[in-house]
Write a protein that binds this ligand. Structure first.
Ligand code: PMP
Length: 391
């Protein structure tokens, strides 16, 4: 008996269920067309919403920062790892989000993990949408707080949870701003109203809303004009912003608290200065080039409308995240593989990320897709969709 037999048994099980997926090694950088094993593939599953990953301003800022600061920050933030560029980025993010302060973490994942695990204690309750991101779920698992899960966007259940939570020291309602697997938008105005009625804190993860919703991509709080009524906004620097990292936008008090208490912030080396500089340049591009998000939305509306007219089930999508519901994990991954043979990459998302019969390929539209790109994808999707009996 080998020491890892139990792990290989689990992997075999994944294989049998059609859920074993080796990593794809792409031979070119993140772009609308990418190279895979010598073939040019149209990318329909990247989070590079605004085409920032190869924006010249960001590249220039990163190179200049390497020349000025070197490649690494050398330490965690609380020792020698807070460089001027980190401070500038946080000030710019706070200005952009319209909050008192912002604090940058190493990723969106560790932002959620670090905040939830530190602000919540055994006397508190956290109330979370059932479809919130894994990093929220894991952050909650790290706390001793009481946990309540409400049905997806189910305001009646949310109110029931709030009503039953009056005796706790604090109540935190946490929701994704845009849900990552379905591309639907949280009913934030109603959530805020309920939170105000029951004296709760509102926490929004805007990973897929930053750069996408709101004026110049300021996120769901701006989209719904709820400034000052959402207490904690989380964003990622790895999707629309185009690099890597995460941040909290909120009060100065919260920032100070997290600096001292959030373990993922305290015990992990800070972002490389080149990344911080690229992110800073990206936020400035967002402000100065609103045509990027306009193009993102016109591409999205065009593409979703065409998909629906072809007869595809696009679920609840309201944003550039557009699922095509396929079914079992096996069928979903086969559909994704067939599309790849046709030159289109659309990631299969299967159980346990989504329900067993709700496997889907998740398409993500970007500002940099041209009309020709979108029409090519539609043509191939129609062809393969008919073979799979989806349309
Ligand atoms: N929150 C949500 C809703 C996400 O979709 C993601 C990324 N998959 C994250 C947080 C984590 O962000 P990052 O990739 O920056 O760690």
């Amino acid at each position: 008996m080998g020491k890892f037999d139990h792990l290989s048994t689990e992997l075999e099980q994944l294989c049998n269920e059609g859920r074993y997926r080796p990593l794809k090694i792409w031979d070119s950088g993140s772009d609308t067309w990418m190279e895979l094993s010598g073939n040019k593939i149209l990318q329909m599953s990247s989070n590079n919403y605004l085409g920032m990953t190869n924006h010249p301003d960001l590249q220039k800022a990163a190179i200049e920062a390497i020349e000025q600061y070197g490649v690494g920050s050398g330490s965690v933030r609380s020792i020698t790892g807070t460089l001027r560029i980190h401070d500038e980025l946080e000030n710019e993010l706070a200005k952009f989000k319209g909050t008192e302060a912002a604090l940058v973490f190493q990723s969106g994942f560790t932002t959620n993990q670090g905040i939830l695990s530190s602000i919540l204690g055994p006397d508190d309750v956290v109330i979370s949408d059932e479809l919130n991101h894994a990093s929220i779920i894991d952050g909650i698992r790290l706390t001793k707080a009481h946990r309540k899960i409400y049905g997806h966007k189910n305001l009646e259940q949310l109110e029931d949870c709030l009503k039953a939570s009056a005796s706790f020291r604090s109540r935190v309602v946490v929701t994704d701003g845009v849900f990552s697997m379905d591309g639907d938008i949280a009913p934030l105005p109603e959530i805020v109203q309920l939170a105000e009625k029951y004296d709760a804190i509102v926490y929004v993860d805007d990973a897929h809303a930053s750069g996408v919703l709101g004026r110049n991509g300021k996120g769901s709080t701006d989209h719904f004009n709820l400034h000052g009524r959402v207490h904690i906004q989380v964003g990622t620097l790895s999707k629309a912003i185009g690099a890597v990292g995460g941040y909290m936008a909120g009060s100065q008090l919260l920032k100070d608290y997290l600096i001292h208490k959030a373990r993922s912030f305290l015990f992990s080396t800070s972002l490389p200065p080149s990344v911080a500089a690229a992110c800073l340049a990206s936020v400035r591009v967002l402000k100065n080039e609103p045509e990027r998000s306009e193009r993102l939305w016109s591409n999205t509306l065009y593409f979703r409308d065409k998909l629906q007219k072809l007869g595809f089930d696009t679920g609840e999508s309201e944003t550039p995240i557009i699922p095509i519901i396929v079914g079992t994990p096996e069928k979903t991954n086969k559909f994704s593989d067939r599309l790849l043979e046709e030159g289109v990459f659309a990631q299969g998302i299967v159980f346990p990320t989504v329900a067993m019969d709700k496997g889907r390929v998740r398409l993500i539209i970007t500002a940099n897709h041209t009309m020709d790109d979108l029409n090519f994808a539609l043509d191939r999707l129609q062809h393969v969709g008919k073979q799979f009996g989806l349309i």
